[in-house]
Write a protein of this length. Structure first.
Length: 637
């Protein structure tokens, strides 16, 4: 029987060939992502409400929605949801009625309606975005939604609650919602479906998502009263204050439109912006709206012959990670695929300041964003990923050393006061915001330090030669040590979930010199080993981030198996039996085409947004297997 190392060698070479064959002409990799059915549904509704009847696209999106429907009529976010997800089902059902491609009396629609009714109807949907879309289209009462007054835009940053205290993703979604909720905007073209039969009376109000959260609601109301008092001192003309607030919200959206017409490259924020501009009496043919529609259509991907619309594209992220993976597997920085990838990444480095500069005033631009056309909203994870890909290539590009130094300085400037790293901006971690009565406020309204971002930043810093003794590195390690869970794991915010966070923390700490004998490292390794499945792989459910505890999936996925194996490689000087079995399990996942191959392992919003990265089933296994064979050599057999 061939050795474990020989099997790893063969798998690495196969993955390298496959990835190189998929590189685009510009040096990037464009695998794309899948973010459920929400944006498919929203685009159908948007096109129909604006009478932009792109029949081919609407028909294709409708067919994809129907292809994702479960036998009980529901739609799911992830395969192990027991029956289905109410919000996703409402979105798909509503969009299909708008599409005109299927009749309400169709048996599939009847089953969807029955599922919605059995779950309490429209009043029970989760997620502010779902409720806003229903309200905009006239299917949900605006007064029941949280109202954020336009005057919020005027509040000084000295107050506990002000607009810029929210996270970057929250702000670009909140600005249009401020406009829409103030105007109570509705757009109902002739022939729009009637969903009033699904707006069921509320029963058991205490368990309804609409029921006020006593602590959060009282807090929010008190903050608004304080804000109103400040505004009252600033102006004696309340109408003028409201008008100015709306103007600032409008300007905020328009100033954050990227070259592709999208707001921060988020489809969801862009769709909200379009409706907000309509609420401000922009005509449907206004250039900003036309460009936004065009930008949304550029996101369309075709999978299995059907179109889908993700909430964003992942080109920079995929390219950076794959370029690094290939180099970890032995590719030289001078090899053409790597050189082309580095050229692409250098062309996407940010050169202008964004909102992040308000909390890091001395920092200069130099980060990278997530998407192909992102120019003003860099993030720590993508910056660290790009730096990994570019750092070995310093001698191959005249500008690479300066680019790497600028990127490193930007990343260091984002370190929070607590020692950890956030995703987008430092200092967006006010505890009051996490208590607001908004679905998912603790995940989306704030941008605190997280184990995955902190671990990944430390991993790159360790590659750069910094060790645990460096003051900035020490603070990052101390943050991780202080935030380890009792079972030895770490919670990962942007991946699913405890396997992801534990892998990031372990590889980060080991990279900067924390010894494998450290108690924290040993506890984390034991968590990973205890989580190994009977088939020797690893898999974690999306329910983990909803319950805030590790929930095994009961099956193994390629990405999660790769994370777990790579974490163990970082800890053990010699391969263990569990690791050798893990290598075989990981190689076995590469040829699967079942539900485990499409299970989402990226996290967006607990319970309401999960991401399937098409690159993850190849790129992360390549990194884990490359690290395995490089560390153990012939001892791996």
């Amino acid at each position: 029987m061939r050795s474990t190392l020989a099997r790893a060698d063969q798998a690495v070479e196969q993955l390298v060939r496959e990835l190189i064959s998929r590189q685009a002409a510009d040096g990037s990799w464009r695998f794309g992502v899948e973010t459920g059915v929400s944006i498919d549904a929203y685009l159908i509704i948007l096109l129909r409400t604006l009478h932009m009847d792109d029949v081919h696209l609407i028909s294709g999106l409708s067919s994809r929605l129907l292809s994702k429907q479960e036998t009980n009529g529901a739609w799911k976010w992830h395969a192990d949801e027991p029956e289905g997800h109410l919000s996703a089902t409402v979105e798909a059902y509503c969009a299909l009625l708008y599409s005109g491609t299927i009749d309400r009396s169709d048996e599939r629609m009847a089953r969807a309606r029955q599922f919605i009714v059995s779950r309490g109807g429209l009043r029970r949907v989760s997620g502010l975005l779902t409720k806003v879309m229903l309200a905009v289209t006239g299917h949900y009462p605006w007064p029941t939604l949280l109202r954020v007054p336009p005057e919020l835009m005027l509040l000084p940053e000295s107050l506990p609650l002000h607009f810029n205290s929210f996270s970057a993703p929250a702000r670009v979604h909140l600005a249009p919602v401020i406009i829409l909720s103030d105007r109570r905007y509705r757009i109902q073209p002739a022939g729009a479906p009637d969903l009033s039969d699904l707006l069921l009376p509320r029963h058991d109000r205490g368990n309804s998502p609409e029921a006020p959260d006593s602590g959060g609601t009282r807090l929010f109301e008190s903050l608004l009263k304080e804000a109103a008092g400040v505004i009252g001192k600033l102006t004696t003309l309340p109408k003028e204050a409201r008008k100015l607030g709306l103007q600032r919200a409008e300007r905020y959206m328009l100033d954050r439109i990227e070259p592709d017409g999208l707001v921060y490259n988020y489809a969801s924020a862009t769709i909200l912006m379009i409706y907000a501009l309509l609420a401000l009496r922009y005509p449907p043919d206004h250039p900003a709206i036309v460009r936004a529609i065009q930008g949304l259509k550029t996101l369309v991907l075709v999978r299995d012959g059907l179109p889908q619309v993700p909430n964003f594209d992942s080109t920079v992220w995929d390219t950076a990670l794959i370029a690094d993976a290939l180099q970890q597997a032995g590719a030289s920085p001078s090899d053409l695929p790597i050189a082309k990838a580095c050229d692409y990444l250098l062309s996407r480095q940010h050169t202008r300041s964004g909102d992040w500069a308000k909390s890091a005033k001395r920092a200069i631009p130099g980060g990278w964003g997530f998407s192909d056309h992102n120019t003003m909203n860099p993030d720590v994870d993508d910056t660290a990923a790009a730096l990994r890909a570019l750092s070995p290539a310093r001698g191959t590009h005249a500008l690479a050393p300066q680019a790497v130094d600028r990127g490193l300085q930007w990343m260091l400037s984002m370190q929070n006061a607590d020692g950890g790293w956030p995703a987008f901006e430092r200092g967006k971690d006010h505890a009051l915001l996490a208590m607001l009565p908004i679905d998912g406020a603790d995940a989306v309204a704030v941008d605190p330090s997280t184990a995955d971002l902190t671990g990944r930043a430390l991993e790159y810093l360790g590659r750069s030669g910094l060790t645990w003794g460096h003051p900035l590195v020490k603070r990052g390690v101390e943050w991780l040590l202080a935030h380890q869970e009792q079972d030895g794991s770490w919670y990962g915010r942007w991946g699913v979930c405890y396997l992801y966070g534990t892998w990031a923390a372990l590889t980060g700490m080991r990279s900067v010199g924390v010894p494998p004998s450290h108690a924290s490292v040993q506890r984390a390794a034991r968590f990973v080993l205890d989580a190994q499945n009977a088939d020797s792989g690893w898999g974690e459910s999306c329910f983990s981030d909803q319950r805030r505890q590790y929930v095994p999936l009961g099956a193994s996925t390629p990405a999660q198996t790769a994370w777990a194996l790579d974490a163990l490689v970082a800890v053990f000087d010699k391969p263990t039996t569990e690791m050798e079995r893990g290598v075989d399990a990981l190689i076995g996942t590469l040829s699967r085409n079942d539900w485990t191959a499409s299970y989402p392992t990226g996290a967006g919003l607990p319970g309401d947004l999960y991401i399937r990265y098409s690159s993850y089933n190849r790129m992360w296994p390549l990194i884990a297997l490359a690290h395995y064979r490089r560390k153990y050599g012939e001892t791996g057999g």
